[in-house]
Each structure stands twice: as structure tokens, then as C-alpha cells.
Design a protein around this ligand. Sequence first.
Ligand SMILES: Nc1ncnc2c1ncn2[C@@H]1O[C@H](COP(=O)(O)OP(=O)(O)O)[C@@H](O)[C@H]1O
Ligand SMILES: [Mg+2]
Length: 266
Amino acid sequence: MTTLLSGRALTRRFPSPAARPFGPKRWTTALDDADIDVREGTALGIIGESGSGKSTLIRLLLGLDAPTSGTVSFDGAPVDARARARELHWLRRQTGIVFQDPYASLDPRMSVGRIIAEPLWALGIEGDRRARVREVLGDVGLDADMADRFPHEFSGGQRQRIALARALVHRPRLLVGDEPLSALDVTVRAQILDLLRELRATRQLTLVLVSHDIGVVQNLCDDVVVMKDGRIVEEGPTEKVLLEPQVAYTRRLLASIPTITPRSPS
Ligand SMILES: Nc1ncnc2c1ncn2[C@@H]1O[C@H](COP(=O)(O)OP(=O)(O)O)[C@@H](O)[C@H]1O
Ligand SMILES: [Mg+2]
């Protein structure tokens, strides 16, 4: 199977406030020498405690931020946020992202149709944009007529469907979710999880999913990486990592998350 997306030796440091005025500058290492591969057609889960570098990693992988060092490649071609505009444009064309909070991520002043069509404009995709929007609304289980309404008219689950429609309208090969289900109620979460599974199959998407919810990872992801302090501390097939974690940190992390179905050792 071909590797669609990969990161090599990815490191990202951020300046943090000096301990005292005029004191030496300090740095936070958000991501520390991470290697990652996402095979085409698979779903990769990323888990780890808050602050472990998950969002930083996906931002680098999508070219939304530049690594301090290391490289990202998509479909074999190197790209990162320092890449030329044309390469970044190409990366954006092939990727879509959904964030955690469907209340913060949708511009309240824009109609749903405009919100969803925005990537088509930004990426210079021509053709019948209205038709594309209506079609993708159907794909995420919403009415085509909803295009004329505004975000405040919708529930959290519906808003996350709108966010998904925007992430998919340009037909990317890779969909990335940064805790896309975490802000939703349990029943709504299950519905959006089903939708992700369905979209993954019908659109033959490759998925990268940051999640706090081990049930979601178990349900959707073929492989999983575990992050701690900016490093990938464990990775492998989901079943293996979740059922036979090799690292004490992973065992603690799994134990601290209540949603995993306990299994007796066999
Ligand atoms: N833009 C930024 N400026 C300064 N520090 C940041 C920035 N983004 C992330 N960090 C720091 O990097 C670390 C990893 O953050 P993040 O990738 O958001 O973790 P996670 O998504 O796993 O919660 C944290 O210590 C965070 O405070
Ligand atoms: Mg995060």
C-alpha cells in the first residue's frame, strides 16, 4: 500500500515567555523528532494527553504550520509551510480538516452555502459551485435547502456536519479531524462517527483522527500512534496497541479513559 502522507524527524519549537524580564529566552518543544506515515486508504488515530503535541503534528502535516526542522511529504512530493505557494495550494487541494468546536469554526455571518463553498473559491475550483454544495450537503445527511440558512439555526451535530461538508467539498483524498467528536453529546457523537465511517468508504478517504475517545479510535482507525511530551512513544495496529500496550504511559492513558470496553485477558 502506498504512503500518502509522511513526516520525517518533525520538530517544532515555540518561544515561551522568559522566566524573568530580560532573562534568557526559553523554548517549548511541542513536537520532538516525530516520524509518521499514513498509508493511503487507511485511518490513523492519534491519542495522547492534552499538550502532547497532537494538534502541532497535524498542523505540520497539513502545511498549516512549518516545522523547526524535518520534512513532510504528500504522495511522495515534499511539502511544508515554507514550500512554494503552488505546492501548498496542491496540498490544500488534497486535504480537508475538521476541528473540535463546531461553534467556533463556522463564521456566523456567512450562510451555510457560502461557508461550504469557501474552499472552492479559495482553491480556484470552477464549475457549478451551488451544485457542488447541494451535493455535499446530501452526502453529510443535510437538506440541500439548508444552504440558505445561517449557522446559529443549527445544533452542534448539524454544525459538525456542515464543517464536514466544507472539509469535503473540494473532494480531498485525506481528511483530518482534530477531536471532531469531542464537543458533541454521546448520541450525536455516535451519529457523526457513523457518518465518518460511511464517508470514508464511499469517498475512499484516507483519515487521520486525533481523539480523546478510545471507542472512536477502536471503531474507526486501523492504526494508532500514542504521543507524550511531543514524542511518539508507541504505534501500531489499533487492536494491538489498545489490547497489548507496550509502554507504561499508554497503559495509564487507556486506564484513564472510561469509554474503552474492558476485556478480560485471554
Ligand atoms: N502557537 C503556539 N505557541 C506556543 N506554544 C504552543 C503553540 N502551539 C502549541 N504550543 C505548545 O506545544 C505543546 C503541544 O501543544 P498541542 O500540539 O496543541 O498539544 P495537543 O493537541 O496534544 O493538546 C503544548 O505545550 C502547547 O502549549
Ligand atoms: Mg490539540
